[in-house]
Ligand binder design. Structure first.
Ligand SMILES: NC(=O)C1=CN([C@@H]2O[C@H](COP(=O)(O)OP(=O)(O)OC[C@H]3O[C@@H](n4cnc5c(N)ncnc54)[C@H](O)[C@@H]3O)[C@@H](O)[C@H]2O)C=CC1
Ligand SMILES: O=C(O)/C=C/C=C(\O)C(=O)O
Length: 502
């Protein structure tokens, strides 16, 4: 039975319903036509915001503002000056830390302890890291011989691609949005952001930060709404957008790629995963359990890098399953503000339906439910929240839907394996290739296995350990392109070669 951590009687007051507006050309604006949609907290289902639902004309205005800003002061300042402004953005986010924290927690229901250590600090750090990257990266220079003996020189310069459309998910809203907005701005572009309809608040707050530190109007714009036939589609189809960057589901990425084909516009796509963890018998057992707990259950399993398939070498299989079950059952579900809470709700009742459909499918496919498998008993005040039990299965075939399809919930299937060759093949068997974790104390094996795994990121004896200078992205259907450090410059700039005949 799960221990439910919440303060008795909470929430005592009805939350204030906020108006969340679009942010266009430096101004907070309602939607043309006045449409709004409701945002409810997944903690207890209470209405927390009325969000302006951008009409096509609002998206058009945002793109036009972003285009005009390219020709304004933003287009004329030096990379170093842009870098200083981005540092100011980061410092201002940190100054308003509590405001961002409150907004992120309200939208997602995630524990304050998680958002205060991950989401908000990374939101600020993203601006600093890309300000530094742009300042410190040089380009190419080649001297060449010419038939007349005078020679020529070539040098490459980076120029912004223009207006970048940024389509964001709900799982790490500020972190993932700024992971794209920061490099885009550091490279001199302007942006129109479409946050997830589930998490409209922190992107909106960031508009105020941009104004406060003097980012010129029109550089950063936010339009709210949904995907098809709404702000997402209006933005991705808009011919004034020069490049599109997206994090979210693979099927959505494919739709966005089709939209980008009109005008042959570049895309950067970070998409779904069904990530394996491979645990060898020679691992540091406690570290492997601790790391696998985080990779399966952090953020209620709503992390694209999270583990949903665990392969454990047979000699330690039973011990591993028992230890993971023990830890999973100690997770404390509860209100975000409670320091004891270690797992929040899923993002929405709709997403919970999806996750629960896999819980049912696992049973139908013949799984042994080691732990969880349903809806936890929560106090009355939280009964309308999107709560789900952390869940562990064993006994499924590698072909089961539960083992092959992204669930994006707090769950994993654990299977035994016998040989390195066998487990590498099983880990690589899917069309996804985002991340993997390998647990072993054998250094040669760590190198061997990580070199054979088909994933954009392999963590050995760790998980979600991020150096923001490194390439980040997925192989196969998990993504197109890499972002992070200098790799982001490849996407957010056009590289132009200048050849001068001497
Ligand atoms: N980081 C990741 O890998 C994430 C994966 N997911 C997975 O995706 C599933 C669905 O979650 P959603 O939030 O609906 O993800 P999604 O991929 O549909 O949405 C992500 C963003 O794309 C926008 N969008 C959706 N359709 C669009 C379209 N046709 N054109 C332009 N923009 C569009 C959405 O409004 C949102 O801002 C989840 O159950 C989960 O499995 C969800 C969020 C993040
Ligand atoms: O650290 C990052 O930049 C990204 C982490 C997580 C995701 O991309 C995700 O969950 O979508």
């Amino acid at each position: 039975m799960l221990d439910v951590a919440r303060k008795p009687g909470q929430p005592e007051q009805a939350p204030k319903v906020k108006d969340v507006l679009n942010f266009i050309d430096g101004h907070y604006l309602p939607a043309r036509g006045g449409r709004t949609f409701d945002k409810r907290t997944p903690v207890d289902g209470a209405l927390i915001a009325k969000v302006a639902e951008a009409a096509e004309a609002d998206v058009d205005a945002a793109v036009k503002a972003a285009r005009a800003a390219l020709d304004g002061p933003w287009g004329k300042i030096t990379p170093a000056e842009r870098g200083d402004l981005l540092y100011a953005v980061a410092n201002e986010i940190n100054k308003r830390f509590d405001q961002f924290l409150e907004a992120e927690v309200a939208d997602t229901g995630k524990p304050v302890s998680l958002a205060s250590h991950l989401d908000i600090p990374r939101g600020a750090a993203n601006f600093k890291v890309f300000a530094d990257t742009v300042k410190n990266v040089s380009t190419e220079f080649f001297e060449m011989a010419t038939p007349d003996g005078a020679g020529a020189i070539n040098y490459a310069v980076r120029r912004p691609v223009g207006v970048v459309g940024v389509i964001c998910p709900w799982n790490l809203p500020l972190l993932l949005m700024t992971w794209k907005v920061a490099p885009a701005m550091a490279c001199g572009n302007t942006v129109v952001v479409k946050p997830s309809e589930e998490t409209p608040q922190t992107a909106t707050l960031l508009g105020d930060v941009m104004n406060a530190v003097g980012i010129p109007k029109g550089v950063y714009n936010v339009v709210h709404g949904f995907g098809p036939n709404s702000a997402g589609e209006f933005l991705t189809r808009h011919p004034g957008v020069n490049a599109l960057t997206f994090t979210g589901e693979t099927r959505t990425g494919a739709v966005i790629m089709k939209a980008a084909a009109d005008g042959a516009r570049p895309v950067s796509l970070e998409m779904g995963g069904k990530n394996p963890a491979i645990v060898f018998a020679d691992c540091d057992f406690d570290a492997a359990i601790e790391g696998t707990m985080r990779s399966c259950f952090a953020n209620a399993g709503q992390v694209c890098l999270g583990t949903e398939r665990v392969y454990v070498e047979r000699p330690i299989f039973e011990k591993f399953v028992a230890a993971l079950k023990d830890k999973a059952e100690k997770l404390k579900l509860g209100v975000p503000e409670d320091k004891a809470t270690t797992m929040g709700p899923l993002i929405s009742l709709e997403h919970r339906n999806k996750v629960l459909s896999y819980y049912a499918k696992a049973v139908a496919e013949g799984a042994t439910v080691v732990s969880g498998g349903g809806i936890p008993k929560m106090p009355d005040a939280l009964k309308d929240g999107a709560w789900v039990q952390p869940t562990i299965w064993t006994g499924l075939a590698d072909s089961a839907a539960t083992v092959t399809e992204e669930i994006f919930g707090p769950c994993c299937h654990i299977a035994p394996f016998d040989t390195e060759d066998e487990v590498v093949k099983r880990a690589n068997a899917l069309d996804y290739g985002l991340a993997a974790a390998v647990w072993t104390t054998n250094l040669a094996r760590a190198h061997r296995v990580s070199s054979r795994i088909e994933a954009g990121i392999v963590w050995v004896n760790s998980w979600f350990l991020r150096d923001l200078r490194t390439p980040f992205g997925g192989m196969k259907q998990s993504g197109i392109g890499r972002e992070g450090g200098v790799h982001s410059l490849e996407f957010y700039t056009e590289l132009k070669n200048v050849c001068i005949k001497l």
